[in-house]
Design a protein around this ligand. Structure first.
Ligand SMILES: [Fe+2]
Ligand SMILES: [Fe+2]
Length: 174
């Protein structure tokens, strides 16, 4: 009987199949190992670096927008800035939870102070920060195959794109 074919009529259970070495034409590494999940990240170090940058960015934006809110000249400006401000708080919570899930530790985040001389300059800075954040989150998404982690960065990315539009809108209302 040909060794590659189980006997007809009575199929042998898998544990009784001949060992992989009985199939010399199949290189062992071409057999998928079902016990090994695919790696979570393409580049785990880069992912964690980006996640820490995201945490610092969100924390800094919260303090920055709080100050802009106090300088807003009217309700339209306040409405748009407040929307971004609330979203950044949501992003910070999402990223913090993710960080805790991945490391088992709380992140140690030191916010950076955004400096600006005038309200107008502040809006401009906010606009550019939003574009940069959207790009960082796009790049970070691409570092993982995990759907739940991708979704977090996808949501934050689209929010930042929306904030950029809001800041652009009120900047041109000045
Ligand atoms: Fe954000
Ligand atoms: Fe934002």
């Amino acid at each position: 009987m040909h060794p590659y074919h189980p006997p007809y009529g009575r199929m042998r259970p898998p544990h009784a199949w001949p060992p992989a070495s009985a199939y010399p034409h199949v290189p062992p590494h071409s057999m998928p190992d079902r016990k090994m999940p695919p790696p979570l990240f393409r580049d785990a170090d880069q992912f964690m670096k980006n996640l820490r940058m995201a945490l610092v960015g969100e924390r800094s934006a919260i303090a920055f927008y709080r100050r802009l809110l106090d300088m807003a000249p009217n309700d339209e400006h306040r409405k748009q800035i407040e929307h971004a401000y609330e979203d950044e708080k949501k992003h910070y919570r999402m990223f913090e939870n993710l960080y805790i899930r991945l490391t088992g530790r709380r992140p140690d985040v030191k916010p950076m102070t955004v400096t600006f001389a005038t309200y107008e300059e502040g809006l401009k800075k906010a606009f550019y920060d939003e574009l940069e954040a959207a790009e960082l989150y796009r790049d970070t998404q691409l570092l993982t195959r995990n759907k739940a982690i991708r979704d977090i960065f996808y949501e934050a990315m689209t929010d930042e794109m929306e904030h950029a539009a809001r800041f652009s809108f009120i900047y041109h209302q000045l």
